[in-house]
Design a protein around this ligand. Sequence first.
Ligand code: AMP
Length: 299
Amino acid sequence: MNTTAKTTEYPAPKIIRSVREMQNLCLALRAQGKRIAFVPTMGWLHDGHLSLLKEGRQRGDVLVLSIFVNPTQFGAGEDFDSYPRDLDRDAALARSTGVDFIFAPVASDMYPRGYATYVNVEGLTEVLCGASRPGHFRGVTTVVSKLFTIVQPHVALFGQKDFQQLAVIRRMTEDMNLPVDVLGMPIVREADGLAMSSRNSYLSPSQRQQALVLSQALASARTLVAAGQRDASVIRDELAARIGEMPEARIDYIQICHQSTLQSQDVVDTDSVLLLAVYVGKTRLIDNGFLFDRTSGRS
Ligand code: AMP
């Protein structure tokens, strides 16, 4: 990873722990007519996160980053305890992009004793990662709606790396009439194609090499489509065979779906997106991309 902390240009961000303090501050900023741009994360920042922050810097007068490893979106046996955390490191990287405030709450302030309210988006959350990780999106939509209420952003930036999450958050924002513009940003990759992820830090050198099979599978699928293949099951079978050659890879899903409904498709068309979830060792990695050539960019 080529992430480097440059701390010369911007002042250090102010770290805020308290939910009440963050909300009061953001309400005051709005009352002063400031435009708030917001990037929610779980920390252990990499260049993918930094791309969202750089865009956020352009889109708001005030840039807020949240860092919160949200317990409600992890299932039993998942990596909540081992998820990498280092606030000092993240604060230095955040400074390089001009973050004004880092909101880093503790779980007991976000979910105090007696907490009982959850937000659930139906349909979109029942497929793909929602099928493999029951309750995951309920945790995501709950925390994002809480963060929107606390931070009061005008614009919030999310990565297309988590394609389903972006679709779910857009749905929630629209359905609940939340006054936030949700902006989707392109996937940032390592030089060899691996999509950047905080979870890449779990990979051994040999697993890191095997993990390339995700982006390579995406490239193969595009080659097949460019050569005229439209049968989704043929493409999926080819990719499964290819991924299966990796000794430590185990497929969670390979799906070709419509980009907005996330319904699986039998025939590839210009709305088709390939979505992959593959365990490499114990690390679950995801990747995705459109199958037809299209100008990749913000959505
Ligand atoms: P996370 O910290 O994994 O919850 O991610 C926080 C935000 O960063 C989410 O909106 C992700 O989609 C986005 N993100 C994570 N990895 C990447 C990447 N490689 N490229 C672009 N955005 C990313």
